[in-house]
Design a protein around this ligand. Structure first.
Ligand code: PMP
Length: 405
């Protein structure tokens, strides 16, 4: 049985009182909360093992290196990949920049990079820059007006039309929660040997992606959206393709040998990890993965879905509320507006009740434009939320809306 009381006990921040009310944290899409084991791991590292990795002959150096590489193994097992296929980065943003930089040599002027209308700015701007530098053209799979989702057949038509060199699409939308039909899209784009990049920042914790099943070339994510510390993320790449990418940043750690005449780079993943990495973060993220592994995934999914359906029904019962996005294939994120009220006003009032939601354009300005809105109020749930929190939220939301009417 999915034991929500035990789970909540593992997240100390959830016990907090905010504005004299128990915190209701509905902003896990921005960053997830961290279980005690992750917090303890950071303290434990600096108390007992603090040392640099891949350098020391001494005991602490060894300890740090073993724990650091062990986290890579844990992540590899978690996503069904090999450790050498995983690069630690600062986050999904850095992983996407690394790819946009590294894939420049496969492009010539006129080649197409295909993305979707639901992308976060982190999966738009690096490709735009790459187009500006190479003469490639950015094309977008549009949002279907009625479903407010990317339709597979539209994606397939555009893949046939453009034969893109690169396709970069989110596994799940941060603004609307839509789970995108990426497995079919990846499969279809093999027809043209398109390099497939998946932005898994939102999906990672909710969907636990499997690299063999997905069969994409690259997958990026952020640790902080999956119970881990901030300032850390990852890039998965099929080894041959990963290793073939040119180096991104240069300096110490990423080399095999250096003379004043010439440098020989290390093989992947080392060649993409220049400088001292986020050692404590990587080790703590290993603990986050252990934590996720202890939760039965099918129970987690069922529980998250129950919360989502309940929230959706409750919101639909409030007249004047408009919900956006795919409300069936969804990671547990709902965006809404109330009449013509500014989302910011709603969130400010909710904060008085200790309720944390996100408002604005969610770093998806082009998506907001497609929806003809400036922004939304976004609730992004996680498995540590409860039905009771949703009830509290709905009660207070109604109070807030009555003040605005
Ligand atoms: N892609 C998506 C879908 C996201 O939600 C985010 C973060 N909101 C990012 C990329 C960027 O992640 P980070 O800020 O951790 O680099």
């Amino acid at each position: 049985m999915f034991d929500i009381d035990n789970i909540r006990n593992d997240f100390p921040i959830l016990k907090q009182i905010v504005n004299e009310k128990p915190l209701i944290y509905f902003d896990s899409g921005a960053t997830s909360q961290k279980p005690q084991v992750v917090i303890d791991s950071l303290k434990h590292f600096y108390t007992n093992s603090n040392s640099n990795v891949h350098r020391g002959i001494h005991t602490l150096g060894d300890r740090a290196t073993i724990a650091y590489e062990n986290s890579r193994n844990k992540l590899a097992n978690f996503i069904n990949a090999q450790a050498k296929e995983i690069v630690w980065t600062k986050g999904a943003t850095e992983s996407l920049n690394l790819l946009a930089h590294g894939l420049s040599n496969i492009l010539k002027p006129g080649d197409v990079i295909l993305i979707s209308a639901l992308e976060h700015h982190a999966n738009i701007v690096p490709w735009q820059q790459l187009c500006a530098n190479t003469g490639a053209i950015l094309k977008v799979i549009p949002l279907d007006e009625s479903s407010q989702a990317i339709e597979l057949n539209t994606a397939q038509q555009l893949i046939d039309l453009h034969k893109p060199k690169i396709l970069s699409i989110s596994h799940a939308s941060n603004a609307l929660g839509n789970i995108q039909p990426i497995t079919d899209i990846i499969k279809y784009s093999k027809k043209y040997k398109t390099v497939t990049v998946i932005d898994g920042a939102q999906a990672f914790m909710h969907l636990r992606p499997d690299m063999i099943t997905l069969d994409c070339d690259f997958y990026v994510f952020s640790a902080h959206k999956a119970l881990g510390p901030t300032g850390l993320g990852g890039l998965y790449g099929k080894y041959e393709q990963l290793n073939a990418l040119p180096v991104y940043q240069t300096g110490g750690e990423m080399i095999k040998s250096v003379s004043f005449e010439e440098t020989v780079f290390a093989q992947a993943p080392g060649k993409f990890e220049a400088g001292t990495p986020n050692i404590s973060g990587v080790i703590a993220f290993g603990c986050a993965i252990d934590y996720m592994n202890k939760i039965d995934f099918s129970e987690q999914k069922a529980y998250e879905n129950e919360l989502f359906v309940y929230l959706q029904q409750q919101l639909e019962n409030i007249s004047g509320i408009e919900l956006y996005g795919d409300l069936v294939q969804n990671i547990g994120t709902i965006s809404f507006n109330y009449k013509k009220e500014h989302p910011f006003d709603i969130a400010t009032l909710l904060d008085q009740y200790g309720i944390a939601v996100r408002v604005g354009s969610h770093c998806t300005q082009p998506l907001m434009k497609s929806l003809n809105i400036d922004g939304t109020v976004r609730i992004s749930l996680a498995f540590y939320n409860t039905k009771n929190e949703i009830q509290q939220f709905i009660t207070h939301l109604k109070q807030c809306l009555s003040l605005l009417d």
